[in-house]
Design a protein around this ligand. Structure first.
Ligand code: PEP
Length: 258
């Protein structure tokens, strides 16, 4: 089954709403100048909550084909959850995606697989595609347990998600030791785990469903490394942190086919 590659930028805690709109505008100009075909490679940015309304306004006004989303989503629909942002609020802001279970949220906010699954469900229930992040730390990699560890995260993070929703999920394999370190996984390392994730999806759901799900690699992706990673059969795109803050570099990553 043909899977449209997705290059998604994760801006993390960077860019105020003015910087965010400038970055989207510049990215759009670069991709327009290059006559980028968004049906061949999808491009998206994951902005801070405070920037989403401005990004939405710009993208709608200029009819840009760049997609966007949030970096987190509440598992709750409404109520006494101070500081949380719900799926329906994000849907009203036109979010296509929401990142859930990023390793930084798992580590600094104690998010468990069950929380990640609840957030993924909240996204789906509001028409937002969750980008579910999984991946092992250095100790697990050194012990050679990266596949079993990551597959357990996949299973736990999709618990209770029915096939009708899971068919649209995006999984991002992000080995924690590669995030923000400049140390990108080798294409073979990425393929080993991304392929195993697809196998797990086949086991949890069906081979047909697994064949349609996009599995991204994330961890120090740059324009110099993306093409080799994308040459692997089970790598369907990238979740890009630091390099997505520079529109020129990010546009080059989106244009990896050139
Ligand atoms: C990320 O934050 O998801 C990420 C992969 O970051 P970086 O590309 O900077 O390693």
């Amino acid at each position: 089954m043909a899977r449209t590659p997705l290059i998604a930028g994760n801006w993390k805690l960077n860019l105020d709403h003015l910087e965010a709109t400038h970055t989207v505008q510049k990215l759009a100009w670069l991709l327009r100048d290059a006559k980028h075909d968004f049906t061949k490679v999808e491009a998206a940015v994951m902005a801070s909550f405070t920037s989403l309304r401005s990004v939405q306004t710009l993208i709608d006004a200029d009819k840009l084909e760049i997609k966007y989303g949030a970096q987190d989503i509440s598992e709750h629909a409404s109520g006494a959850y101070t500081g949380e942002v719900s799926g329906s609020q994000l849907a009203k802001l036109g979010c296509d995606y929401a990142v859930v279970g990023h390793s930084e949220r798992r580590e600094y906010h104690g998010e468990s697989d069950a929380t990640v699954a609840a957030k993924a469900k909240a996204a789906f229930d509001n028409g937002i595609v969750p980008i579910v992040c999984v991946g092992e730390g250095l100790d697990i990699r050194k012990a050679g347990d990266q596949v079993s560890y990551t597959l357990a995260q996949v299973e736990g993070s999709l618990a209770g998600i029915p096939a009708e929703q899971a068919k649209d999920v995006v999984i991002a394999y992000e080995p924690v030791w590669a995030i923000g370190t400049g140390e990108v996984a080798t294409p073979a390392d990425a393929q080993e785990v991304c392929g195993a994730i697809r196998g797990k999806l086949a086991e949890l759901y069906s081979p047909e469903l697994a064949a349609g799900v996009r599995v991204l690699y994330g961890g120090s992706v740059k324009s110099s490394s993306i093409a080799q990673l994308m040459a692997e059969p089970d790598v369907d795109g990238g979740l890009v942190g630091g390099a997505s803050l520079d529109p020129e570099e990010f546009a080059k990553i989106v244009r990896f086919l050139e």
